[in-house]
Design a protein around this ligand. Structure first.
Ligand code: DQA
Length: 145
């Protein structure tokens, strides 16, 4: 199975940004955590982070016919980007959205996600473990195909 993991804007600032919300672990720690799970589960994974909406869209489009599934934390773009939602829909790959924090319990503007509408599931508020849940769910779905 080939998995693409995408992290959106400011996710590279983990460990520095708002530790009371996102914790003290760094982006490098997150990458290591995801890679370890993928190694254990025999998943070939590419992890991509960008602060730019167009680059994220390009990456999703590049996954067409290449990747089997997408795990995406679009970060703030979840709440604004119809374009990223359209890109996910365009490639027709199963995607799961992850948020480290529980966006349902934060400011009102975070409660709506455009991108969640085109994902098969959203995992929110479980920290790094949310990525594990998303990866295992997609692996299960792909294995059953
Ligand atoms: C986030 C939640 C978003 O609302 C926020 O803009 C982020 C991170 C999360 O992982 O909890 O940058 O996606």
């Amino acid at each position: 199975m080939k998995l693409l993991v995408i992290n959106g804007p400011n996710m590279n600032m983990l460990g520095i940004r708002e530790p009371e919300i996102y914790g003290h672990a760094t982006y490098a720690d997150l990458v290591r955590y995801i890679k370890d799970i993928c190694t254990q589960k025999n998943i070939q994974c590419e992890i991509f982070q960008s602060n730019h909406e167009g680059d994220i869209i390009d990456k999703i489009q590049d996954a067409y016919m290449i990747s089997d599934a997408i795990v995406i934390n679009p970060a703030a773009y979840s709440h604004t980007s119809i374009a990223i939602a359209d890109a996910i829909k365009s490639v027709g790959l199963p995607a799961v959205e992850v948020h480290l924090s529980d966006i349902t319990k934060r400011e009102d503007f975070r409660k709506h996600s455009y991108t969640a509408n085109v994902c098969i599931k959203t995992v929110t508020g479980k920290g790094f473990d949310g990525y594990k849940e998303a990866i295992l769910l997609l692996k299960d779905a792909i294995d059953r195909c």
